[in-house]
Design a protein around this ligand. Structure first.
Ligand code: GLN
Length: 206
């Protein structure tokens, strides 16, 4: 039975692949909101930080007056999924960032930006992910990987072949999730469903 009140999931819409995330969320029956202003952020039950360019997104978040509201929302427990550049934004620490690169932080991890070498700067393939029965088709585009995680961070996926084998490419810490790859292509919304699942206990408690 569909929920009487589907959750409203925001997609940070300053830059990046916003439309693909909106489509993936609509397939799940969520209400969606493109977030460019603090008032829009306040109306969301959860948020997606899309792929794109993390330095540009952080700079625009500052310009649009969203940096502090985003940090506050993360600290207050808003469920957030960051993909690729969005993963970088959720990292407490970044290696090989641009000079002075800001993040929102929230996940106790060190992320290496543009980590996959020039040879494999972009590739795609199946990724086994904790919590999902079948692998996700992961699309990696100048993707980061996670170099190290703190004790509270759950590793959801690692690369299972090639030069990058063993590298962490999906994590969760409480209400925050991040993937190195783009899970939003090809009509598969299962990773987005994991985000929506984080909304429910919160709404029930209200
Ligand atoms: N390399 C980009 C960055 O540093 C991320 C690439 C992506 O999101 N596809 O932000």
């Amino acid at each position: 039975m569909p929920a009487a009140n589907p959750p409203t999931i925001g997609v940070l819409a300053l830059q990046g692949d916003v439309r693909e995330h909106v489509a993936a969320l609509e397939l799940l029956g969520c209400a969606t909101l493109r977030v460019r202003r603090p008032e829009e952020l306040a109306a969301c039950d959860a948020l997606v930080l899309p792929g794109g360019e993390s330095t540009t997104m952080a700079r625009l978040a500052r310009t649009f007056g969203l940096m502090e509201p985003l940090r506050e929302a993360v600290a207050a427990g808003l469920p957030v999924l960051g993909t690729c550049a969005g993963m970088i934004l959720l990292a407490d620490r970044v290696v090989d960032g641009a000079e002075g690169q800001e993040t929102l932080g929230g996940i106790d991890m060190t992320v290496r930006r543009n980590a996959f070498g020039r040879q494999v700067a972009s590739f795609e393939g199946p990724v086994e992910m904790a919590g999902l029965d079948e692998p996700v088709h992961g699309v990696f585009i100048r993707a980061p990987w996670v170099e190290e995680v703190g004790p509270g961070v759950e590793v959801l996926a690692r690369v299972d072949h090639g030069e990058a084998a063993g590298r962490i490419v999906a994590v969760r810490e409480g209400h925050l999730m991040a993937t190195s790859f783009h899970p939003e292509v090809g009509g598969d919304s299962r990773v987005h469903q994991l985000l929506v699942d984080l909304v429910r206990p919160r709404s029930r408690a209200e």
